[in-house]
Every structure is written in C-alpha cells, then in structure tokens.
Design a binder for this molecule. Structure first.
Ligand SMILES: O=C1O[C@H]([C@@H](O)CO)C(O)=C1O
Length: 549
C-alpha cells in the first residue's frame, strides 16, 4: 500500500514548555504528524519548504532506504537541501515493523523542532511476538529557549559558547519550564501554571488490568534520559525496530537516536493515577524532570497522583546505565552476525581544536560536509567534490584515552570510508577524555542505511584480545549505540546497501562540531538518482551541461 503525506515545513510560534518561541513546525504544528504504516508499505512524503531563507531535508531514522539511498534525507550526503518554496518528494519502503521517527538533518534543524514519529506495524497476516491490548506512544526531546542559530553561532565562536543544559525535556512535544507538576508534593520548585494547551501535561489513558505496549523514542538534541513509571515495571521487547529478548526493569535509559517498546501491565491501584518521570543522565542536570500521567480509567485525567514521582537514578551512576544497556540482547531466533569480519575500523572519539575552535574529531579528522552531496558526486565519479584520500582506519596505540589529548590540534576533512560491497565490517568506537581533565561524555552513535550487531562494550582502551569476548551468539541488532565515558563499543554490520551513509554521534551540537564519518558501498549499483536530489553544486552543473542525463 502507498501512504501519501504532505508536509509543509515552516517557522511557527509555539509554546512547547509554556514559553513562546519560534520553532520549526510541520503543517502549522509541533511536533510533526505521526506517520503510520505497515511493513512493506511505500511512504510518499511531499515535503514543501516554506522556511523563508533556509534549505531543509528530513531523515527517516531507522529506515534503511534499500534501493532509495537518495531518500535518506541527509543534506550534503544523500541529497541537495530543498530550497525555500520548493517541493521534494520522498518515496521509500518501510521494510520492517518497529518504532521509528523522522527529523531534520541539516544544520541543527532537529533541535529547532523538526521531528515526528514514524510507526510501522507488522504486515497483514503477521504478528508481533508479544501480546498487548492497547498502545501508547512517547516521543522524547529536549528544548532550549535560545534559537538554534544562536546555538550554532556559539559553537563556532572563539571563545566557545556551549549550548548548556536544556530548559525543558519534552514529551510528545510538551514540557513545563522551570516548574514541576509535582511541586505540591516535593516542594522543590514552583508549581506549573499551564496557560496554554501546547504545554499541557501528557496524559496516557489506560484501563485497569490490561496490557499495553508503550513505544518510546528519543530525538533529544543532547540529553541522555532515564524513564520510570511509578509502581509499574516495564518489559523491554523492541529496540530500534528489532525484537529483543524480553527483560523486565524498573527504569530504563534512552539515548538520543534510540527507540524502544516496553510492555506494561495496568495491574496497580486503579483508584490512583500514576507518574511517569523522565530525568537526565550523563551530564549534571539543570533541567526539571519531565512528568506525564498514567491515567487509570475512570479517574479524571486531571487528577494528579497523590504521591511523589519516582526519582530517576543519579546522573553519573554509570554502573546503573551499563547494567541496563548490557541486558538488551537479541530475541531468540534473530539473525546472528557473520562469524568473522573482513575489516576492522577503529574510531577514536576526541574533543579537540582547529585554529582555536573547539571541535570533535574521529581519528583526528573533524567532519566537514562538502557543498555537493556525496551520493551524486560519487555515482558520477566527479572530481574535486570532497577529500579523496583514504581516511585513517586506526589511531596511535600509544594514545592515552584517560587523559586530555597531548596535542589537541586536529584537522578537518570530508573523506569517505569506502566499503567493499557485501563485506562484513567491524567498527570499534573508542571514547576518550575530553579537552578538560577528568571529563568523558556519553555519545550515542547512529548508523544510516543499516542495522548493526552490538558485539560488546568495555571500559578503558580496546585491546586486541577483547575480540575473544565479542558476543556472537545473541548480540542485539540496532541502529544506535552508546559509548560510555572512557569506554569502547564494538559493532558489526554487512555493507549490503548501495549508497552513501552517515555514521555519527546523534548529539546535534556534536555532529555540528564534526563528530561523524561517511561510509559508502555499492556505488555502481545505485539506480537512477532523481534529478531533484542532485540539483546543486557540481552535480547541478552536470545536469545543466547534459540535459540528456
Ligand atoms: O562539546 C561539548 O563542549 C562542552 C564542554 O566540553 C566545553 O564547554 C560540552 O559539555 C560538550 O559536550
């Protein structure tokens, strides 16, 4: 079945946390419309850019774009940004049931509010491997009062101006700035005066003694989150569109770019409503926990729970976070990874400097995207479109990951990791100390165009004999994985999807500061790229010079 959507992207006034700001909306609203389809369907989104003076693209996060690499929605990588007043048609298949989302992938437009949910149900006649009576959905994000233009300027300034912590965590696009819905119970802050529907608390309506599937996705710009539902445990059954071995937890972490489904049973005191609480992990929080209400029928949805919300774990309790992450394993019967890889790429993640500007680099190269998107320039073998030298596969074995870089000076580049089609690739992501001593941060890495198996995590520096500890039996399949402070994470994937794919830290300011790499495979197998994806830079010149193209 073909499912048609029309998206008009424009600036809107909106009050996501009860304070009015400018945001990027779709069809006059924030967040964007939910796309809902069945596995195997074709999605068609006619994207009209009504931003007065900026280009736009939309990335369909978690969708592999098999056979349609030009629809991945990455500016400078898969397509030319769509100009103001122009329309671009995304047409792609959703191959696999799961919880996904979509978001802007140009500059920091995601952080300006350009996102929404994308949910794929099983194909007709197929069933999920778990039962539920009803479904609920939470799309999580974080929000700053400063516009993304000011944020981008600060990141690209000397002295550096970091974006800082968000003013609010949003649930389904709604939050409350500098106040708490539970203030009357905790007394910590002022209570919220909800003056606007746009920031009204999220209420999930349930009936007692039923089973619900709760879909949770995070498109935060920065924040790692922890979610807990008071008096209810959660059984995780899906991660990033892949089934996992059911595991029951009291609270769960979710990093930017990840999605989960959890099963909850509404078997608690049904004369009460219950809190859902979301707090920040990995960075010293300055943001109020976000609260939502699990509303048991027939209680009034506006009746606040009469007890304190659950306290999410300490921001720096990494032991707790690792425990959760390590518990997520593939559901029995999931395709196992190939036993061996053909190539191992080690990627050192460092914060460093270029001409005094603070950047993030991978093997000492900070990613700068070219003006002509890679997909077209590589397909047509055009010269001078990007740096053509081979990017480094490794880093010095003497690098001390526990200390700030000895030489903080980095270089910028746009080179591509070219992968042999159908080869098996291992990537080891190595975290390090940032520029300041005793600081190492969480980075969620997202791969476009593929799922990968998470073979293992470890503390400190990756050693050759860590390979023997790789989990080849039931590693989870995912599209986003975290690297913990001072740790490493190893993944494996098969380079079987012709196209050019970004692999990057999903923290929006970190990507903007160069924290990513570009992968390419099977370029000669790519079928005709729509002209609209090519109409800029030197591919645009080729189109003009060769009308038969
Ligand atoms: O990229 C970053 O910069 C700041 C800090 O390291 C320098 O102010 C921070 O916390 C980041 O994640």
């Amino acid at each position: 079945k073909v499912r048609h959507y029309k998206f008009e992207v424009e600036y809107i006034y909106w009050s996501p946390d009860c304070e009015e700001r400018m945001m990027i909306g779709i069809n006059g609203r924030f967040p964007g419309p939910t796309i809902r389809a069945k596995a195997g369907d074709t999605i068609v989104v006619e994207l009209r850019n009504s931003l007065p003076t900026e280009g736009v693209v939309i990335h369909w996060h978690g969708i592999k774009q098999l056979g349609t690499p030009w629809a991945d929605g990455t500016a400078s990588i898969s397509q030319c940004a769509v100009n103001p007043d122009e329309t671009f048609v995304y047409r792609f298949q959703v191959d696999k049931a799961g919880t996904y989302f979509y978001h802007g992938h140009y500059g920091m437009q995601r952080a300006a509010g350009l996102y929404g949910s994308l949910i794929v149900d099983t194909a007709d006649g197929e069933e999920e491997p778990f039962h539920y009576d009803g479904e609920l959905s939470l799309l999580l994000s974080d929000w700053w009062h400063e516009s993304v233009h000011v944020q981008m300027l600060g990141l690209a300034s000397i002295p550096f101006r970091w974006v800082g912590e968000p003013q609010a965590i949003l649930i389904n696009g709604r939050g409350q700035y500098n106040c708490s819905l539970a203030a009357h119970l905790t007394g910590e802050t002022s209570s919220c005066k909800i003056t606007n529907n746009q920031c009204a608390p999220v209420v999930l309506q349930v009936r007692p003694n039923k089973t619900y599937r709760l879909r949770i996705a995070s498109t935060t710009s920065l924040s790692a989150l922890n979610l807990a539902i008071a008096n209810h445990n959660m059984t995780v059954v899906e991660a990033d569109g892949n089934y996992v071995e059911p595991v029951t937890v009291n609270d769960m972490d979710i990093y930017s770019g990840e999605s989960y489904s959890v099963i909850i049973k509404t078997d608690q005191n049904s004369s009460l409503n219950h809190w859902i609480s979301i707090g920040i992990r990995g960075r010293l929080p300055k943001t109020q926990n976000a609260l939502a209400i699990l509303n048991y029928h027939p209680n009034s949805p506006s009746k606040l729970p009469s007890y304190k919300p659950p306290v999410t774990p300490q921001w720096n309790d990494y032991t707790h976070s690792k425990e959760f992450t390590y518990k997520i394993l593939a559901m029995h019967g999931t395709q196992a990874p190939p036993a061996n890889s053909d190539r191992r790429i080690a990627l050192l993640n460092t914060q460093n400097k270029i001409d005094g500007y603070i950047k993030w680099s991978i093997n000492n190269i900070s990613l700068v995207l070219p003006s002509t998107p890679y997909l077209g320039s590589m397909r047509f073998n055009l010269k001078n479109a990007f740096d053509t030298e081979k990017p480094p596969e490794n880093f010095s074995e003497h690098y001390d990951v526990m200390r700030p870089p000895i030489n903080p000076n980095s270089t910028k580049g746009s080179s591509v990791y070219k992968l042999k089609f159908n080869s098996t690739i291992d990537v080891v992501l190595q975290n390090t100390n940032a520029l300041t001593g005793n600081v190492s941060e969480i980075h969620p890495w997202h791969l476009h165009g593929h799922d990968f198996w998470v073979l293992g995590h470890g503390d400190g520096k990756f050693r050759k004999n860590d390979v023997s500890k790789f989990n080849l039996r039931n590693p989870p399949l995912r599209n986003t994985v975290v690297i913990f402070p001072y740790g490493w994470t190893a993944i494996r994937f098969v380079a079987n999807n012709p196209g050019v794919w970004a692999f990057h830290c999903h923290i929006e300011p970190h990507l903007h500061m160069g924290m990513g790499i570009i992968l390419a495979e099977g370029i000669e197998l790519i079928s005709k790229i729509p002209n609209e994806a090519l109409a800029c830079g030197i591919t645009g010149q080729v189109l003009m010079n060769n009308k038969r193209h």
